[in-house]
Ligand binder design. Structure first.
Ligand code: ZN
Length: 269
């Protein structure tokens, strides 16, 4: 077992752009706490992903993809074994989140967070993992919504996390891609994966004990398999990839030399 503290009554809100953004990293944080007494999980999607790629041969059209991806997302959490206690779709057009007036986006996220008073909020950072403008926009809006309530006491708005990949891991992935003859990510290009300096990572979660649940969820995003994995049936490799999860602790700011957290709720009441 991982030694994750139980979360008696604590809650986690994930705010992401697209169906499947919630299926990677922070899904394992949900899985680790899925059965904790009183744990509450709130999920917010900015878009239905309707402008995404359609895998060759997949039975979807431009008109149906958004609805299909919403269903895939629900199926993914069912497969992981923990449905969100609350799931809001903000309904913005996929690929255009950065064109929504910023204050409107902040208000939309803030309205839900205010109702829910989550202990910890997780979203995208300024790097967007892939610099996807939707990721960056929803992350910035969530930061602003969180900042209205950030608190150093009580059980609400105690910590804000940004999903991230440490450069050391990113470089390892690049070496593996090179060995497999695959095209490397070019972190200067939009839609390419990228890492951040390792020292900026403030949370490293050992998610090995729930990797099978995380991958069960990922596999339900069937319309996106071609962009998610080189071989979606290679469950073992996929479990290795999701066996660790990283985040920047965006708030409260970490003093230099502060030990890296091992759980999103570590040290919280
Ligand atoms: Zn995305």
């Amino acid at each position: 077992m991982t030694g994750a503290p139980t979360t008696n009554g604590l809650s986690l809100a994930l705010v992401v752009a697209h169906p499947d953004d919630d299926a990677y990293g922070m899904a394992s944080m949900v899985a680790l706490h899925a059965e904790d007494p009183g744990f509450r999980f709130i999920l917010i999607h900015a878009t239905d992903g309707g402008a995404g790629d359609i895998r060759e041969g997949f039975p979807a059209t431009r008109e149906t993809l958004g609805r299909i991806r919403q269903q895939e997302d629900e199926a993914a959490w069912r497969a992981l074994g923990r449905m969100p206690d609350r799931h809001d779709w903000l309904g913005y057009p996929d690929g255009e989140v950065d064109q929504v007036p910023f204050d409107e986006l902040v208000d939309a996220v803030a309205a839900i967070l205010e109702e829910e008073q989550p202990t910890v909020v997780g979203t995208s950072g300024p790097d967007g993992i892939s610099a996807h403008p939707d990721h960056i926009a929803i992350g910035a809006a969530t930061d602003a919504a969180f900042a209205r309530h950030a608190s150093t006491s009580g059980t609400a708005f105690r910590r804000l996390l940004h999903s991230a990949i440490p450069n050391s891991v990113f470089e390892r992935w690049q070496r593996q891609r090179a060995e497999m003859g695959m095209e490397l990510f070019d972190p200067t290009q939009v839609y390419h994966m990228r890492g951040i300096p390792d020292e900026e990572i403030g949370l490293i979660v050992d998610a090995r004990s729930v990797a099978h649940r995380t991958v069960a969820g990922l596999r339900e995003h069937k319309s996106q398999h071609h962009v998610m994995s080189n071989d979606p049936d290679d469950v073992e490799s996929w479990q290795k990839i999701v066996s660790r999860d990283w985040a920047v602790v965006w708030w409260p700011e970490r003093a230099p030399g502060t030990p890296v957290l091992t759980d999103p709720f570590e040290g919280l009441p």
